[in-house]
Ligand binder design. Structure first.
Ligand code: IMP
Length: 425
């Protein structure tokens, strides 16, 4: 199989878990490259639903090797909860999980500060984060006093760096947020325990992956979140703190761009978003309720109800350009099965202009009005269809129009959460 990057082409939750699961069958390595346990990738195997936050979804395929790359921020508690959960479900990870020695580590003060900050802010500056400490951990990385996995497993280094970091964080926690500070000894002891457990998985994964690619092994890069949540190309400041786009796959693993053969953008047949920030095609309340229930649109990590809306071709076209998408995987087509008419947003009206390009200025983006075209629904069950030819004509027309507007060919259509509910083109 070629080396493929799979990215979200909307605001996350596009159904990447299912698409990765399908593609993983043919890959040798499945690699997470950014984000942390803010992600929630859902995979249904038989009657069992797995939600993975940190470990690549490929772990559900026996024999496949999985890597957590240097671009990821790792909360050890979440990691070991996930490892224990997999073990309980008889999924062996022995010799199959590799963790980068350069990945940064989340400490308990990161989620606390994330949470205190979010709760304190009442105005527009509220991001609506997952409160998993992702932003604070990436901030420390950029400030160059973050603690990496290679420091975690070196007791001397951990002690020295944690001492410095904790003194600073405790000042913020006590004086700005009036909350209880952390005790160095307790955190240090807890993280020394994590270090002992994590050590067997740790290696220079950039070296490992490059060596394996040279041996013609194939790598599947599992993006988390989505293009519109990317720190550079998303709806800043209502974004996450990493590069959820294709660039993140390169910096977050240490693999050069010339080694990547394909970039698949995953999109829902409509749009969803969790957290704050503008979303021009957001449904009115009745339709929101209907689609939220039909599509089970509740966050896989936080359980928060997702905001739902019509497919926004301006957003996905932006993602297509930024990521150089080679094809599109469309998920949850079946959720639209009962819609009489379906809308697609083809541009935005702003003042007296029609904008076709995604605006950088969030103030402008908050005030645009969507320009819609209307399509007739298909009003048929598509859940058990496994060939594009058998899809109702209006469903085919809808998909064709999406592909045309985004200017990217389709490669996969998903019509349900089960592994079998898939159309490969
Ligand atoms: P953070 O990543 O927790 O800092 O949250 C920043 C923004 O990204 C918030 O709007 C979150 O709701 C959103 N977000 C983070 N991870 C995900 C995800 O996996 N799916 C959808 N939205 C996400």
């Amino acid at each position: 199989m070629p080396n493929i990057v799979c990215v979200g082409a909307q605001w996350g939750d596009e159904g990447k878990g299912k698409i990765i699961d399908v593609l993983a069958k043919k890959a040798d390595y499945i690699v997470r490259y950014q984000g942390g346990n803010n992600a929630g990738h859902t995979i249904v195997v038989g009657k069992k639903k797995f939600i993975l936050h940190l470990i690549p979804s490929g772990i559900l395929h026996p024999q496949k090797k999985c890597v957590i790359g240097n671009g990821v921020v790792i909360n050890p508690e979440a990691l070991f909860t996930e490892i224990d959960f997999l073990k309980k479900n008889n999924i062996s990870i022995k010799g199959r999980l590799f963790i980068s020695d350069r990945a940064h580590v989340i400490f308990p003060f990161h989620p606390l500060i994330d949470s205190l900050r979010e709760d304190k802010i009442k105005n527009k500056a509220k991001i609506g984060t997952t409160k998993r400490g992702i932003g604070p951990c990436y901030s420390d990385k950029m400030m160059r006093f973050g603690i990496r996995v290679c420091d975690l497993i070196d007791e001397g280094s951990l002690s020295e760096k944690l001492d410095y970091l904790l003194k600073e964080k405790n000042k913020i926690i006590k004086h700005i947020y009036k909350a209880k500070a952390f005790d160095f000894k307790e955190v240090f002891k807890q993280y020394c325990d994590y270090a002992r457990r994590i050590k067997p998985y740790v290696s220079n994964t950039a070296f490992l992956l490059n060596k394996e690619i040279d041996k013609k092994k194939s790598v599947l890069f599992e993006g988390a979140q989505g293009t519109l949540l990317d720190i550079d190309h998303g709806t800043y400041p209502y974004v996450t703190s990493s590069n959820a786009t294709v660039g993140g796959a390169i910096t977050g693993t240490g693999i050069g761009p010339t080694k990547i053969d394909q970039v698949i953008g995953v999109v829902k047949a409509y749009t969803t978003r969790v957290g704050e920030g503008p979303m021009p095609t957001e449904f009115p309340p009745d339709l929101m309720k209907q689609i939220r229930i039909k599509g089970d649109e509740f966050g896989a990590t936080t359980g928060r109800p997702r905001r739902c809306g019509w497919f926004d071709a301006v957003v996905v076209r932006h993602a297509a350009v930024i990521n150089g998408l080679t094809s599109l995987a469309v998920t949850k087509l079946d959720v639209l099965d009962e819609m009489k008419t379906i809308r697609i947003c083809t541009g935005y009206r702003y003042k007296k202009m029609v904008i076709k390009d995604f605006p950088s200025n969030t103030n402008i983006f908050s005030h645009v009005m969507p320009v819609y075209e209307e399509h007739q629904g298909w009003m048929e069950n598509t859940k058990d269809i496994t060939s594009i030819k058998k899809l109702p004509p209006n469903a085919k027309k809808y998909l064709k129009r999406i592909s045309q507007l985004v200017d990217v060919p389709l490669s996969i259509i998903s019509v349900g959460s089960k592994r079998s509910q898939i159309i490969i083109l």
